[in-house]
Design a protein around this ligand. Structure first.
Ligand SMILES: Cc1cc2nc3c(=O)[nH]c(=O)nc-3n(C[C@H](O)[C@H](O)[C@H](O)COP(=O)(O)OP(=O)(O)OC[C@H]3O[C@@H](n4cnc5c(N)ncnc54)[C@H](O)[C@@H]3O)c2cc1C
Ligand code: SF4
Length: 333
């Protein structure tokens, strides 16, 4: 493992100033914040990440879950995943988020992992994590061996000829369906970024994964006021029942009145290069009766543009069944 300087900034402002000296906030950043460390330390041990400086943000005052004046929820960047999943307001008003977090990793990991760290976790593509292999995301311009290689776990939506890596987060899928906003403090002040605009598609620059710039510190995430009477669920399909990433998952936030869907927020995991909100599925459902035929039609719409690779064609049908079944579970139908 390479050597690095470890610092503990005393305030968010000092953390931002320290990280602003980095050349990039993307892959290969020379200054990195560390929160739970469950992603960053693994990647440092593998020499995938080799920061010269690591800034520990665990003592900053970013660890609260609070109600917002408009009836929503403010979640601090260093709130542990386990605390968030088990918070009474989250269990009551945003159960899809609680379920998604509890479907991820293991109890020990969730006790360490933080909100911002989860938002910024990296792909599990095996080539990305192996410095003996080429990888456009890790070393731009070297190629993407996954396209002709081991791609069973990788994405079928949002891919490019340069990268087909899946975003592995469960939490982010629920946050996409809940229309979360990511709050960032940077050198030029604060910004509020809708989660749909926070992660980037790989395009021709897969090493650039988010809109973050050097110095940017995620301070908190806000959730809008809960939609009253909404039916929510998170369904995750994977190779084994725990400690495994999604092959396909679905987050549902649905409102039904008079037998018809009046509002739908749907996001998919395990299949997209970013947490995958599906406006196609939402449009297919609104105004329709909440029944299996309409749920399946929404799933068909969600996967219409899917592009499978050599080993993951099965994900198209799997994701359709996952979404259909999640809608059935959410509505008890
Ligand atoms: C064995 C294993 C199994 C797992 N299974 C799952 C799973 O099934 N589902 C799932 O969703 N996840 C899974 N995970 C991933 C886990 O959820 C993440 O590792 C965790 O959420 C990362 O949080 P952290 O606080 O430890 O991040 P860290 O490792 O501390 O940081 C991760 C990244 O975020 C950056 N960062 C952290 N905080 C901030 C901030 N405030 N502002 C800006 N940048 C910041 C860091 O610089 C770093 O680049 C698994 C992990 C492991 C090791
Ligand atoms: S899919 Fe992306 S992360 Fe995986 S090898 Fe290709 S470029 Fe690298």
């Amino acid at each position: 493992m390479h050597t690095f300087e470890f610092k503990r900034p005393a305030s968010p402002q000092a953390a931002v100033a320290g990280a602003a000296r980095a050349k990039t906030a993307q892959q290969g950043a020379d200054v990195r914040f560390i929160a739970g460390g469950t992603t960053l330390l693994d990647l440092m041990k593998l020499d995938v990440e080799t920061p010269a400086q690591v800034l520990d943000i665990n003592r900053l005052p970013l660890d609260k879950i609070e109600a917002t004046p408009d009836g929503g929820l403010k979640i601090g960047a260093t709130v542990r995943n386990s605390d968030l999943a088990n918070h009474p307001s989250v269990k009551r008003d945003y159960p899809v988020l609680s379920e998604a977090i509890l479907a991820g990793a293991s109890a020990q990991l969730r006790n360490m992992a933080t909100t911002a760290g989860n938002l910024l976790q990296r792909t599990r593509c095996v080539y990305f994590r192996d410095t003996a292999m080429p990888c456009n995301k890790r070393e731009p311009g070297t190629g993407c061996p996954a396209i002709t290689g081991a791609n069973r776990m990788l994405a079928i939506l949002g891919t490019s000829e340069h990268c087909i890596a899946t975003n592995p987060s469960d939490m982010c899928v629920a946050m996409a369906a809940l229309e979360a906003t990511i709050h960032v403090q940077g050198v030029k002040g604060t910004r509020a970024i809708p989660i749909g605009e926070f992660h980037l598609l790989p395009g021709s620059t897969p090493s650039r994964e988010t809109v973050l710039e050097p110095g940017d510190l995620v301070t908190h995430v806000t959730l809008p006021r809960p939609t009253s009477g909404s039916k929510q669920t998170y369904l995750k399909l994977r190779d084994r029942a725990s400690y495994e990433f999604a092959l396909a998952s679905a987050a549902i936030v649905l409102t039904i009145a008079g037998g018809k869907v009046t509002r739908a927020r749907i996001a998919l995991g395990g299949v997209g290069t970013k947490p995958w909100r599906s406006p196609e599925a939402e449009a297919a459902l609104v105004g329709k009766a909440g029944n299996t035929a309409n749920f399946r039609a929404a799933a068909e719409a969600a996967l219409r543009n899917a592009k499978p690779q050599s080993e993951n064609k099965f994900k198209i049908e799997l994701a359709k069944r996952c979404l259909t079944h999640a809608l059935q579970l959410a509505t008890n139908s």
